[in-house]
Write a protein that binds this ligand. Structure first.
Ligand code: FAD
Ligand code: SIN
Length: 520
């Protein structure tokens, strides 16, 4: 089965949908999402979107904060582009129907999070992502040029490897012709030929046991590009959010936004003693790498499996107005956050690396763009500044959109592409093999490749993962293709890349901390 579209968009979060709205004026667009259109990390975003809206904030301050949080491993040109275009892009989100909280004066209400020297985070209560997603979905679903294919799984991007031709090992001559897409209900695999493709598949938090990411975040896009011999970068920098709600067994872990700390909440131990000043003069509002490591250390010292966040100093009406979702969630578990401390623990939250892109969102593969969490633009360096990722998504989806529109007339469909080759795949394997390997993978990554690493832990992770990888490839070769086996394969690939990049970085910097290389 084949179909042709001008613009293929894989992913329906902020990166995919904002791009789709741009390019839809210039051709037929197909947006694919592996579950429902709104089951995205975007929907779960709480704190908000960082942007320069008014004085006394200014672009230089936001640029400086981003570079400092990233330990200056950021690409300064990309940082400048992102921040200086923030005002315009956020206004566009507002024009598309997103509502951000306002003050009585008519100005946008701005919050502050870790590592920010100014109040600059636009938000909609503590459910900013859901509001952005709502506005984008409404517009996309009403656009005559955009079709949304929900509950469809992209197996692979199509490149000349699928033509059965011998491909030179150079990264420079690979082209993308579309993607193979599985309908899990029928088992049919469609060949979607596209003039240009945007990867907007989000992050990979599920390679860890505890994550704030929804279950869709299995690193599919990164694995697809790596399989196609595209360039992947910066993979060692995994951000652990310091404060997810301690509630063992809940998946995904519920986030307690950093904006709560911006409003005055502080981290404490079980004896109600503040501990962050021991680690950083910015206290509970230090950047995330520092806070997550401090909590990890406090937990190891005390033997406890969580610490506390004390929000009792924040006025009750501010909690009700700005943080109603967190208030309600905690209350449902018997914790009244205006009167009691909140048990919190770090959780895998964001992957700073991914598919390497340039200032137009181009990957190393021709006619393939990437935007959002799947991309490694160079913005975050060794550690992402809070609330910079929604911003990064709209800036680079806009830029990729402009570039794709300018070039689309020069691109033709490739009609030589064969349909998916399912030869030799006959068995429906027992699910237990897949689920068990997935659990083993998550355990390896959490135990050996977490907040604190070492050479020996990374080596052990590598060796253990190799066994799971070999077993899974063997299983994949003889099984009927399914989402479960494909996600497992993708997660293994991403985990392997994280370990590989981490092993190559022989220093402690930002989110990569190794006991073998003391921080400078
Ligand atoms: P997503 O929004 O995750 O969308 C990914 C899409 O790709 C989905 O539609 C999915 O179905 C699709 N997809 C994936 N694989 C496939 C496949 N194989 N086939 C078909 N479709 C596929 N950032 C901020 O800036 N501010 C915040 O306040 C903030 N809060 C956050 C809170 C939480 C709890 C989390 C988890 C993240 C938060 N982040 C925040 C990070 C931010 O939300 C994400 O980085 C951003 O939303 C990613 O957007 P995206 O469009 O790249 O991906
Ligand atoms: C949060 O609200 O704390 C999350 C913000 C982010 O991940 O950027």
């Amino acid at each position: 089965m084949k179909r042709e579209v001008d613009f293929l968009v894989i992913g329906s979060g902020i990166a995919g949908l904002s791009y789709a709205l741009k390019v839809a004026e210039h051709g037929k667009v197909l947006v694919v999402s592996k579950t429902g259109v709104s089951e995205t990390a975007t929907w779960y975003a709480q704190g908000g979107i960082a942007a320069v809206m008014y004085n006394p904030d200014n672009y230089e301050k936001h640029i400086a904060d981003t570079m400092k949080a990233g330990n200056y491993l950021n690409d300064e040109n990309i940082v400048r582009i992102t921040i200086t275009e923030s005002t315009e892009r956020v206004k566009e989100l507002i024009d598309w129907g997103t509502q951000f909280d306002m003050e009585a004066s008519g100005r946008y209400s701005l919050a502050r999070e870790g590592g920010h020297s100014e109040f600059r985070v636009l938000h909609h209560q503590d459910n900013t992502g859901a509001e952005i997603q709502r506005a984008l979905v409404e517009r996309v679903c009403n656009h005559p040029n955009i079709e949304v294919l929900e509950n469809h799984f992209t197996l692979d991007i199509i490149t000349q490897h699928h033509l059965g031709k011998i491909v030179r090992s150079s990264h420079n001559d690979i082209q993308c012709f579309g993607a193979y897409i599985l309908d899990p209900n029928t088992g049919l695999i469609e060949t979607v030929l596209a003039k240009t493709t945007l990867l907007a598949t989000g992050g990979a938090g599920n390679v860890y046991q505890t994550t704030t990411n929804p279950t869709i975040a299995t690193g599919d896009g990164i694995a697809m590009v790596y399989r196609a011999k595209g360039i992947v970068d910066n993979m060692e920098f995994i951000q652990f959010h310091p404060t997810s709600l301690y509630n063992p067994g809940q998946k995904p872990s519920f986030l307690i936004t950093e904006a709560l700390r911006g409003a005055g909440a502080v981290l404490k131990d079980s004896k109600e003693r503040e501990f962050m000043q021991k680690y950083d003069s910015r206290g509970s509002l230090a950047p995330r790498d520092i806070v997550a490591r401090a909590i990890d250390n406090e937990m190891k010292l005390s033997g406890s499996d969580h610490v506390y966040l004390d929000a009792r100093s924040i006025r009750e009406h501010e909690i009700m107005n700005h943080f109603p979702t967190i208030y309600a969630k905690c209350l449902s578990l018997g914790i009244n956050i205006t009167k009691e401390m909140i048990p919190v623990v770090p959780a895998a939250h964001y992957i700073c690396g991914g598919v390497k892109t340039d200032e137009h969102g181009r990957t190393s593969i021709h006619n393939l763009y990437a935007s959002g969490e799947v991309a490694s633009t160079g913005l975050h360096g060794a550690n992402r500044l809070a609330s910079n990722s929604l911003l990064e998504s709209i800036v680079f989806s806009h830029r990729a959109g402009l570039h794709a529109i300018e070039n689309i007339s020069r691109i033709d469909f490739n009609n030589e592409i064969p349909d998916w080759n399912a030869e030799g795949t006959v068995l429906n394997e027992e699910m237990i093999l897949i689920t068990q390997s997935r659990k083993e993978l998550q355990s390896i990554m959490s135990n050996y490749v977490g907040i604190v690493r070492s050479d020996i832990r990374l080596k052990r992770a590598f060796d253990r993962l190799k066994i799971i990888s070999e077993e899974t490839e063997e299983l994949y070769d003889r099984s009927v293709v399914s989402i479960d086996i494909c996600e497992l394969r993708n997660m293994i690939k991403v985990a392997h890349l994280i370990i590989k990049f981490a092993s190559q970085r022989r220093e402690s910097i930002g989110l990569h901390y190794s006991i073998n290389y003391p921080a400078k």
